[in-house]
Design a binder for this molecule. Structure first.
Ligand SMILES: [Zn+2]
Length: 326
């Protein structure tokens, strides 16, 4: 079995496909049993049955929380979960029951940047799926500014991004134009990206309280349930529906209108993503850093508002543990 080095910003779901392909693991056998067998041969004692995340972190010699925070979309979902403790995250992700929660995709399609795919092939023997491209609502590559393209979500992850070049679908020109023009969408994406990059882990209760206070400070009035209809109107006015559909596919399919806004203020309601918090924050603050700071992020200076700052986590110490078993 071959355990490839995980690349910077590589999406765990894509990595899993790359690993299956390198190790010639068929869909029928499945990657978990193969990995479990491999770990047993390596005599990595495991106390309990581990999820893919648990086993791969062991095989790569990386803390489980690093895998979750750097290679899954979990940080963008974390406001829903109300868990911000790294040890709790690691324990739950490693547990076999927690695997779906931590590795599920958030969008209906899988996204790639053609420039990234081409660049990869210039210095790697392969291209790989990036997590940042899978962030709901992300339509441009953060590195190249290039428009992202998508492929249907199916069993495609055993294929690498460059193998989809020429057949992947671009976003509609209209959507891209509207997104480019909207300062509110841009701000929401800056906040979302900062959350994803681990600048801080927001808690839903805290964000609800902060955003409610902010709305009141802007002379908005809450209804009996503590929700802010004016913020709903603002979202309706400034956020293109087509973009919202991509940013929150599950929410907008299930809920009528702008109901998700109520959910940001009312913690007793279920069905919220980190993106929802970002969209509401983008309505209440004039700049992304101001919003992030209010919500508890450690933001260095105003000059950095163009984008999220680099991840402030310890440097990855991943050697290339390529191992083969007979
Ligand atoms: Zn790119």
């Amino acid at each position: 079995m071959i355990i490839p080095t995980i690349q910077p910003d590589e999406w765990l779901e894509g990595y899993r496909g790359r690993l299956s392909r390198l190790s010639d693991i068929s869909v029928r056998v499945g990657v978990e049993p193969a990995l479990r067998n491999f770990m047993a041969h390596r005599r990595d004692d495991t106390e309990s049955p581990l999820s893919f995340i648990g086993m791969i972190s062991m095989a790569l010699g990386m803390p489980t929380s690093d895998i979750v925070l750097r290679h899954t979309l979990w940080p963008a979902q974390i406001a829903v979960d109300r868990t911000s403790d790294h040890e709790v995250i690691a324990r739950r992700a490693a547990d076999i029951d927690g695997k779906f929660m931590f590795s599920r995709p958030m969008r209906l399609q899988t996204w790639l940047c053609p420039r990234c795919a081409e660049d990869d092939l210039n210095h790697l023997p392969f291209s790989y799926w990036r997590r940042s491209h899978q962030l709901p609502g992300q339509l441009f590559c953060r590195d190249h500014g290039h428009e992202l393209q998508f492929v249907p979500r199916s069993n495609h992850l055993v294929h690498l991004p460059h193998e989809h070049l020429g057949v992947a679908t671009p976003s509609s020109t209209e959507l891209l134009e509207r997104m480019r023009r909207s300062v509110h969408v841009t701000r929401a994406m800056q906040i979302s990206n900062a959350i994803l990059e681990g600048q801080f882990i927001p808690s839903r209760g805290h964000c609800s309280a902060v955003l409610s206070r902010r709305a009141k400070a802007l002379s908005m009035t809450a209804d009996a349930a503590g929700r802010f209809p004016e913020v709903k109107d603002l979202v309706d006015q400034h956020i293109p529906r087509a973009w919202l559909k991509d940013a929150m596919p599950k929410v907008t399919a299930r809920l009528e209108s702008m109901a998700f806004v109520d959910h940001v203020f009312d913690t007793s309601l279920a069905g919220l993503s980190g993106v929802a918090i970002a969209v509401v924050a983008a309505m209440l603050y004039d700049d992304a850093n101001g919003a992030l700071k209010a919500m508890g992020a450690d933001v260095p200076s105003k000059k950095r508002s163009a984008g999220p700052r680099a991840i402030n986590l310890p440097q990855l110490a991943v050697s290339t543990p390529i191992a083969a078993l007979p």
